[in-house]
Design a protein around this ligand. Structure first.
Ligand SMILES: Nc1ncnc2c1ncn2[C@@H]1O[C@H](COP(=O)(O)OP(=O)(O)OP(=O)(O)O)[C@@H](O)[C@H]1O
Length: 310
């Protein structure tokens, strides 16, 4: 992480945004420090785009405050601190990559040199090509170049690799990492833990409008790895599931006990010795299950802050 001078890159405090009855963002607090590369990870409809929209000052929160480098987002945007690459965004046809990038540079007070933008976004070789003749991956790198043109301190990318093939993803991430290595701050949203793992220092997991986990990729991965052992407890749930070998989390839903475990063999052996179950199932923990479990846990903590004892 770069040395900290001045206010953090991003601060959200108690931020809420609702669309009718849907609380798209439901009380988010977070701080992103200068120089961090942060992934906002979450399933469809988690609230990632709404969070990013408020961060860019596209619309205000209903409650709470958002600050970017200590300023309101609109002011940070106007001062050239922020560059954005959003999900949609048509490009003007019939101009070359170089002309388009140069045109957008011209709208900023203190832009990056043209060659530097083209190099950072790996566009030098295709600078003379018309923008309506590009592959999906190349067009996405042009959008990335446009986000960098004003030499922003923070660049925000909303699902930048959606609909890209593997090679185009790799090229876009390489471009993003080159920019981050200059000491800039990067925030991107994604559905994929692998992308976060390859490119981010930190992962903020959002589900149902809340931050449900925040840590390094290895911390987040350890929540996702392992297996779930679930069963109907014989004679009703009892105490001490959390003391079984390998068990890292215990949840109750649908009349069943769900144990997250790092060693399902030993967990199942211990349960069998205690003759504690019927209808046992062992399954891997995918990202979707991890999101659900994390969301469930966040809600549970809120409903019973002292936690449920077994
Ligand atoms: N303009 C809108 N009007 C009504 N509901 C909206 C609007 N924008 C978002 N929502 C709802 O708010 C919730 C959060 O949506 P958001 O787009 O922020 O999620 P997301 O995490 O970015 O999802 P995705 O990964 O699918 O882009 C969803 O339930 C969505 O349907």
């Amino acid at each position: 992480m770069a040395e900290q001078h001045g206010p953090p890159a991003v601060v959200f405090e108690g931020v809420v945004k609702a669309y009718g009855d849907v609380r798209a963002v439901d009380g988010i607090d977070l701080t992103i420090h200068r120089g961090e590369t942060v992934a906002l990870l979450g399933p469809n409809g988690a609230g990632k785009s709404t969070t990013i929209g408020m961060l860019l000052g596209l619309f205000p929160p209903d409650e709470g405050t958002v600050e970017v480098f200590g300023k309101k987002p609109e002011l940070a945007m106007r001062a050239g601190h922020l560059g954005a690459m959003l999900q949609e965004g048509k490009m003007i046809p019939r101009v070359s990559v170089r002309e388009l990038v140069d045109f957008v540079r011209g709208t900023y007070r203190d832009p990056l040199p043209l060659q530097e933008v083209l190099e950072l976004a790996e566009l030098t070789a295709i600078a003379d090509r018309k923008v309506d003749r590009l592959s999906g991956g190349q067009a996405q790198r042009v959008r990335f170049a446009l986000a960098l043109a004003g030499d922003p301190d923070l660049v925000v990318l909303d699902e930048p690799t959606a609909a890209l093939d593997v090679e185009s993803r790799r090229e876009l991430w390489a471009a993003m990492q080159r920019y981050a290595r200059r000491g800039n701050t990067v925030l991107f949203s994604t559905h994929y833990l692998e992308e976060a793992d390859d490119s981010a220092d930190r992962v903020i997991v959002i589900a149902a409008g809340r931050v449900v986990a925040d840590g390094t990729t290895s911390q987040i991965k350890s929540m996702v790895e392992g297996r779930t052992v679930s069963f109907a407890p014989r004679g009703g749930p009892s105490d001490g599931y959390d003391l079984l070998p390998g068990v890292t989390a215990v949840e109750f839903h649908g009349g069943r006990v769900h144990l997250r475990t790092t060693d399902s063999d030993r967990t199942v052996h211990a349960l069998a010795r205690a003759d504690a179950f019927t209808d046992l199932e062992v399954s891997g923990v995918g990202l979707e299950e991890a999101f659900i479990a994390l969301t469930h846990r966040a809600r549970h903590r809120e409903a019973a802050p002292e936690g449920r004892s077994l």
